[in-house]
Design a protein around this ligand. Sequence first.
Ligand SMILES: Nc1ncnc2c1ncn2[C@@H]1O[C@H](COP(=O)(O)OP(=O)(O)OP(=O)(O)O)[C@@H](O)[C@H]1O
Ligand SMILES: [Mg+2]
Length: 281
Amino acid sequence: MLREVVATRYVTPLREGGSLPGIVEGDDLGTYVMKFTGAGQGRKTLVAEIICGELGRSLGLRVPELVTMELDPVIGLSEPDQEVQELLKASGGLNLGMDYLPGSIGFDPLAYEVGPAEAGRIVWFDALINNVDRSWRNPNMLVWHGDLFLIDHGATMIWHHNWPTAQASAAKPYNASDHALAPFSPDVRAAAEALAPLVTEELLAEVTAAVPDEWLVDEPGFATTDELRRAYAEPLLARAATVHERIVMDAPTARRPSQAPGWLAARLRPARRQGGQEDAR
Ligand SMILES: Nc1ncnc2c1ncn2[C@@H]1O[C@H](COP(=O)(O)OP(=O)(O)OP(=O)(O)O)[C@@H](O)[C@H]1O
Ligand SMILES: [Mg+2]
């Protein structure tokens, strides 16, 4: 189960995010990136964030803590931006919060070195959940205290937008050619060997149970929310065993120029540890 936090102050919108996430303080004195149920992307994005975020964390990948956040839109009354006001008004009740990583910066493939083992685990995980939103254009990874963190799992499990075709859709290959970590020789075979056995029915029951019922009710074709939870678990369980055989990786796309200024790029590059240890994490 996710921890429940009550939002106490709306701090500022995060303009980089397409769904207009906001930085919000909670009654536990934490600071969170809040994703709103009233955003145009809809509640399925939040369902995907929880299932995939919790799954990734269970597989040993770094994902900032997720919490459910209760919002009283009254906290946004002094917010001058009309768009933000409307978003808050439309999002009273339960929303999603992700622990805010202060001082983190967006992953830049030219400024941060990732070893083949870690790259392999992340590419394999993205193939499993069919993440189409971790390309070099929009890596959705943050570097914090020298480590890579995964964020934004809203654009995953595309099959949940059309359940009748879910099985066929989940059987399709995963094209990782544009993946932000494709240039780092990801060892997806080793990742599959290590991680696929961990993706069990029990684990999937646990991560799907973390989704609040109110984001699952009234899905056409499903009598109960637990039936829908099982529908989320099934394709993931089926994909875990063989998805590494269906990862397509064409010749890596030319790396784009680094966006980080030189002084920052130098600070970001983790010191190489001895004997290739940097990839043993
Ligand atoms: N936990 C976090 N800590 C610090 N910054 C964050 C965190 N989560 C998100 N951000 C910042 O906010 C931006 C938007 O977040 P995110 O990608 O999750 O939103 P989104 O609306 O789904 O975005 P998009 O669909 O445009 O990629 C990120 O690119 C990052 O700069
Ligand atoms: Mg994003």
